[in-house]
Design a protein around this ligand. Sequence first.
Ligand SMILES: *Cc1c(COP(=O)(O)O)cnc(C)c1O
Length: 246
Amino acid sequence: MGEIAENIERVREEIARAAAKAGRVTNAVELVAITKTHPAERVREAVDAGQQLFGESRVQEARAKIPELPSVLRWHFVGHLQKNKIRHALPLFELFHSVDSLALAQEMNRIANEEGMHPRLLLEVNVAGEGSKFGFKPATVRTEMESLLALPRLSIEGLMCIPPLAEEAEGSRKYFVQLRELRDALEKEFNLKLPRLSMGMTNDFPVAVEEGATLVRVGTAIFGERSKKQKQKATDEHGFSRISES
Ligand SMILES: *Cc1c(COP(=O)(O)O)cnc(C)c1O
């Protein structure tokens, strides 16, 4: 078995173990393999290992990579989406994890209307209130939810977060709990369903699964380290530094 296939198997086992520990069914959790900076032939190894769901964080990179790969694959967008990239992004991705402002949602709605599309999305919440990060403040999601729900083209299916980089996975737990509790509160307050929680990356996905993640976004544990230069690019794109430079 190749290295990527082994990695995927290991990540899937960890997801299953964490789900069992929390009394959840394993198939309530989807593994999104994050392919940013990795070329199509590496992605193909993951496909050969049975992985069909992938995530990208840059529209330009995705536009080049996705057409090189089998069309049966499913792609999620997980990065900061620039307004001028929406039109290109809409047909490529089945779910946008990281809609991080009302203005972006309004622009997506406008362009989706022109294109005759109905994008599905999650709202990115800046759970720790870090100034350097994209995302709704928890209080802002509440005050802007009515306006978000009024956008007829958009299907808002849940919440996503990227907690501050912690030394240990346990350090992320309180943020995952916070995201889940915010979701529960929004469902009550607005009488709606937000079934999806996108949380957990290489360093903390088992904890995220224990706390209710339905989508985990794992890159490094599957494809290995991204190069330093690429890491820097990824950092710039997100407006935060999430990957330790060790
Ligand atoms: C890069 C990235 C990931 C994957 O990070 P790893 O630590 O490599 O697993 C997950 N989510 C987002 C938003 C990313 O940009």
